[in-house]
Ligand binder design. Structure first.
Ligand SMILES: *Cc1c(COP(=O)(O)O)cnc(C)c1O
Length: 427
């Protein structure tokens, strides 16, 4: 029995998901309303249960892993549950549309572009691009940010080739395919892989490009879905800044910030946008600079609210806390005799895949081959980590139980793998 399965069962037995015609009789209509309310309440409970046991990485953090694990999880969830978005929820009832370029007033007057620009300003400041030199927009997610970054790169260098790490997120390869640009995978040349939570070394990349005779003939798009928000707050981390010769940076808004609506932010150089992207569209009286036409007007309000409440300082503390919690998790796993890997500046704890599949599903662990990983996001509190460790220990013991005779002969005499491991460690 996995957590949530009761609610799962209830939901599937309710059959009420099917969209049938509303009945005409008033009495039947009332019953139908009740059924709908019931279904929604059960579904809410299901999501709450899922959230409580989520130690999963942000949806999409590591492409291949999530492709695999997505099919196993039925709930897509925002990740940072710490934050209460209550005060801005009522905007969801309004039909906002931030169509077209955020910096242009468009025909449709019900939008939140003022919030959007405030959010963009905040990110431009974070990544050190002056206000009069940046352009950007709130995207539908990291994927759209990558699509935009690579499109600008393609337009600037129509004959160019995309070089990317073989461990890049799948959206990079998707964009290359859509744009029909040759894409060359580089074998984890730089400081590691997404899987291991590592970050490419920008300085090294620029140096290599220049040494190869590509000075001023390249465009670097930084896919920083998760780390783009963290790096500025980690002293030892390689610096992510527009003072370096990069073209664009994008992040996901539903990962570290935990926006309840999937979204993202893209910041790029105004100069490049003016050069390659803007075509005036009379129909909406805006510039066609974004990938999407109609754009989400709610996400900017949610992002604005979160950033305004947390601030650079609060975010710095969140990052610090996550790093500490990740180290704690790694340490405790190691103590349990589990093989662990944790990159120094990372919150991605990689460890041997638990053998108990029920446990894996319950905690929505993303696995790839023999390893699993946990991204210690702000919602993964110390309390939750301890709960996770406790259950993990139990599940390991349960699996070993058939060989373990510690109860009969004492721990020191038991040679089951659990106690053998402990002995080895003690030596
Ligand atoms: C999550 C992620 C993406 C995709 O972002 P979405 O918001 O899911 O579209 C791209 N790249 C990296 C490195 C990511 O972690």
């Amino acid at each position: 029995m996995t957590a949530g399965s009761l609610v799962d069962e209830l939901l599937s037995s309710m059959g009420g998901f099917h969209i049938d015609e509303p009945p005409s009789a008033a009495s039947e209509l009332e019953k139908r309303q009740d059924d709908m309310a019931n279904l929604l309440a059960t579904f809410k409970e299901h999501l709450q249960e899922r959230s409580a046991h989520s130690i999963a990485p942000t949806l999409g953090t590591v492409g291949r892993i999530n492709e695999e694990s997505r099919t196993r999880r039925n709930a897509g969830y925002p990740i940072n549950f710490e934050f209460d978005f209550g005060p801005v929820i009522e905007f969801l009832n309004m039909r906002l549309n931030n169509a077209g370029d955020p910096f242009m007033e468009c025909n449709y007057g019900i939008h939140s572009k003022k919030f959007e620009i405030a959010v963009l300003d905040w990110f431009a400041r974070l990544w050190e691009l002056p206000k009069d030199q940046y352009w950007g927009y709130v995207t539908s997610g990291g994927t759209e940010g990558n699509m935009h970054g690579l499109l600008v790169g393609r337009e600037l260098f129509p004959e160019g080739i995309i070089y990317t790490s073989c461990d890049s997120h799948y959206s990079i390869f998707k964009a290359a395919k859509m744009y029909r640009v040759q894409c060359i995978k580089i074998d984890t040349l730089f400081s590691g892989t997404t899987m291991k939570g590592a970050v490419d070394d920008l300085d090294e990349i620029v140096m290599i490009l220049e040494n190869c005779g590509f000075a001023n003939r390249f465009y670097i798009h930084c896919d920083s879905a998760l780390v783009g928000l963290m790096m500025p707050f980690i002293k030892q981390a390689p610096k992510l800044t527009f003072k370096k010769p990069i073209g664009s940076i994008c992040i996901s808004g539903h990962k570290f910030i935990g926006c309840p609506i999937p979204c993202g932010v893209l910041i790029t150089r105004l100069m490049d946008i003016n050069h390659v992207m803007s075509t005036n569209i009379e129909y909406i009286s805006s510039n066609d600079t974004t990938i999407e036409g109609s754009r989400n007007g709610h996400a900017p309000i949610f992002l604005w609210y979160a950033l305004k409440r947390i601030g650079y300082n609060g975010l710095g503390k969140m990052v610090e806390n996550c790093l500490k919690n990740a180290q704690y998790l790694a340490l405790r796993l190691r103590e349990m005799g589990v093989s662990v890997f944790l990159n120094a500046l990372s919150i991605t704890v990689v460890f041997e895949r638990p053998k108990d599949e029920t446990f894996v599903r319950k905690w929505q662990l993303a696995c790839q081959g023999k390893i699993a990983h946990v991204v210690v996001m702000p919602n993964v509190s110390l309390e939750r980590i301890n709960m996770f460790l406790e259950e993990f220990t139990k599940s390991r013991i349960a699996l070993l139980q058939d060989k373990c005779v510690a109860g009969d002969v004492g721990q020191e005499n038991c040679l089951c793998s659990l106690h053998l491991d402990r002995k080895k460690e003690a030596v």
